[in-house]
Design a protein around this ligand. Structure first.
Ligand SMILES: [Ca+2]
Ligand SMILES: [Ca+2]
Ligand SMILES: [Ca+2]
Length: 320
């Protein structure tokens, strides 16, 4: 009889281990390690900040800095899905997602290359709906859109002169869809202004086409939404104050949207901020707030737009 009681107790203990929801909280022996490289820079003179987040809860668990060889490590973690964010001054922020850590395992993740934030080229642009001669794209989207070549980003162009920021897109869109570009005019992780959750955008702007259930890295805050929708309607709006009119000048040509935005309207003192940064994300939307193609600027995972993939893990940025 005593034998049966002992066996029962043993079974109870084992089943208790499996069902106790606190079990994973008490086990903290998973680890992750990796390496960071810098475009035109060496890890012994540069440091990247690395943040680790629990992906399911969006909570930053810990942060560290890379060592002189670019390496980093987090240990004493519980088994879960994690997200890593890499940032360094004058470099474009980057994220690694869907990192699954297991108990008693040190997981080596892919090395990352942080790219320099390039300056915005000085150039006088003629806004006429065709790309000016020798104006090179700052970003090329080589992904084939899952919504066909009729709904597809190709090239993004950016330039400035003393008075204007110039922005152009080579992209296609069917009339039932919208082309959405979200612009952060003061991209700066230390003081974020604007929104990084497009579900919160005022639905009176651009007939609600800018409202998407899409989030961005916490360092990004969109101040302006540009939308091309319907029968070539366009809106370029302050997301905090839709009544404010930016007075952009815009021309469309064959698959080209070209515009100038005066600094007098863009920044409080009328000038661009010296060494200030801007950042852009763009998507092609349609239907409701969950419907969008997988073709984006910058290009994300090919599943972008599907449930669980409605987030930008990187942004496109440039510096004045
Ligand atoms: Ca032109
Ligand atoms: Ca494309
Ligand atoms: Ca902002």
């Amino acid at each position: 009889m005593q034998k049966w009681i002992i066996l029962f107790l043993i079974l109870l203990i084992f089943s208790g281990c499996k069902t106790n929801p606190n079990e994973t909280i008490f086990k903290h022996n998973a680890a992750v390690t990796g390496k960071v490289y810098f475009e035109e820079g060496a890890p012994d003179t540069l440091q990247a900040k690395v943040e680790i987040q629990n992906q399911d809860y969006g909570i930053v668990i810990d942060e560290t800095f890379t060592d002189e060889s670019g390496g980093y490590q987090f240990s004493q973690l519980s088994a879960a899905e994690y997200l890593l964010t890499f940032s360094a001054e004058n470099y474009q922020e980057l994220q690694l997602v869907d990192i699954t850590l297991e108990d008693e395992v040190t997981t080596l993740v892919d090395s990352v290359l942080l790219k320099l934030i390039q300056p915005i080229e000085f150039r006088e642009i003629v806004v006429d709906g065709s790309i000016d001669e020798n104006w090179q794209p700052v970003y090329q989207n080589l992904n084939n859109s899952n919504w066909s070549a009729m709904n597809d980003f190709q090239n993004l162009y950016l330039a400035r002169d003393d008075e204007n920021l110039y922005l152009a897109l080579e992209a296609t869109r069917e009339t039932q869809n919208s082309l959405n570009l979200y612009l952060d005019i003061d991209y700066d992780a230390s003081s974020v202004t604007g929104t990084n959750d497009f579900s919160t955008i005022n639905s009176e702007i651009a007939s609600g086409n800018l409202v998407k259930n899409v989030t961005c890295p916490s360092s990004f805050g969109a101040d302006i939404g540009f939308c091309l929708f319907g029968d070539n309607s366009t809106e370029f709006k302050n997301l905090n104050d839709p009544e404010y009119d930016y007075e952009t000048y815009l021309q469309m040509g064959n698959g080209v949207i070209e515009m100038s935005i005066p600094f007098a309207n863009l920044y409080e003192n009328g000038n661009f901020p010296e060494n200030g940064k801007i950042a852009i994300v763009a998507l092609i939307g349609g239907g409701d707030a969950n419907t969008m193609s997988n073709d984006t600027i910058p290009q994300q995972n090919v599943h972008f737009g599907e449930e669980g993939y409605r987030e930008f893990n990187s942004v496109f940025s440039r510096q004045y």
